[in-house]
Design a protein around this ligand. Structure first.
Ligand code: PAF
Length: 280
């Protein structure tokens, strides 16, 4: 497994793939890897001859300095896992390599996809994500890139920026990987106590209830039903929203909607967890 430290080496790796006639699959991560990341890498390995994983805790997407500081970092064990998984290369850029002297987001047009939900509660988050992904795509020029649907709004933002700037990357969304009990895999789960892991199961339960009952209720009633799950729970629900899966616009009714999803964020033991579920 090749360890790539800067953009120059990354470009050389891309060029070598091209010379060898290999398609390159790219899995961007912020490290603290778990099964869901490895599932993205596996999908990339199925689709492409070469797979590169990046590990970079992107400062511009954190609106809260404490969150950035607390973000789990375990590069050594990440590298071991990736080696074992047989990925071809890992790119570990420095902040300077990606941003130079200006550690800030580009003013990208995100077509309103960043307006609600995570965009509302984490101002500046999506411009930061869009900027770092655009830079990665420009450096690596991968054929395909893989993103988990747990961060569905992120996936839509990345798809949009890729199209808008004609970056020539096929952006592939992969189903959320869950524990046997249903909790969406997240690096943040590692900050939960044993009890926290149990308490957090209310999230997938509430979302599954919504999936099963959406035909019976209009979106505002369905949201109320989800909120009720949290009244007796130690979790603090931050938001629950039902949105058009293409535009991310909140829905008041189901008419003329092709695909809808339900999204929520909740705090469990002070750890902010997000999840979402396809309704139809
Ligand atoms: O989902 C993440 O881990 C990050 O937002 C990403 C896509 C790696 C960009 O920093």
């Amino acid at each position: 497994m090749q360890i790539i430290k800067d953009a120059q080496q990354a470009r050389a790796f891309r060029a070598a793939c091209t010379r060898a006639g290999q398609k390159l699959g790219f899995v961007p991560t912020m490290g603290a890897l778990h099964e869901a990341h490895l599932a993205l890498a596996k999908q990339s390995q199925r689709d492409n001859e070469a797979t590169l994983v990046s590990i970079f805790v992107n400062p511009t997407q954190f609106n809260n300095p404490e969150d950035l500081e607390k973000y789990p970092r375990r590069v050594e064990s990440d590298l071991e896992g990736l080696e074992k998984a047989g990925v071809d290369a890992v790119y570990l850029p420095s902040v300077d390599d990606i941003y130079g002297q200006q550690v800030e987001s580009e003013p990208l047009d995100l077509a309103g996809l960043d307006r609600g939900m995570e965009g509302t509660y984490r101002p500046g988050h999506f411009p930061g994500v869009a900027t770092v992904i655009k830079r990665f795509f420009e450096i690596l020029q991968p054929d395909r890139a893989y993103f988990g649907e747990k961060d569905y709004q992120q996936l839509r933002v990345v798809q949009h920026v890729t199209q808008q700037h004609q970056l020539g990357v096929e952006v592939i969304g992969c189903e959320t990987v869950r524990t046997a009990q249903g909790l969406a895999m997240s690096s943040r789960n590692y900050r939960l106590s044993k009890q926290g892991w149990q308490d957090a199961l209310i999230i997938p339960r509430a979302l599954e209830w919504a999936r099963q009952n959406h035909a019976l209720h209009a979106p505002p009633r369905l949201k109320e039903g989800v909120k009720n799950f949290f009244t007796e729970s130690p979790l603090n629900l931050e938001y629950v929203e039902i949105a058009d899966a293409e535009t991310m616009r909140p829905l008041q009714h189901w008419t003329a909607v092709a695909h809808a999803r339900i999204f929520l964020a909740a705090f469990c033991e002070g750890v902010r967890l997000i999840d979402n579920q396809k309704l139809f």
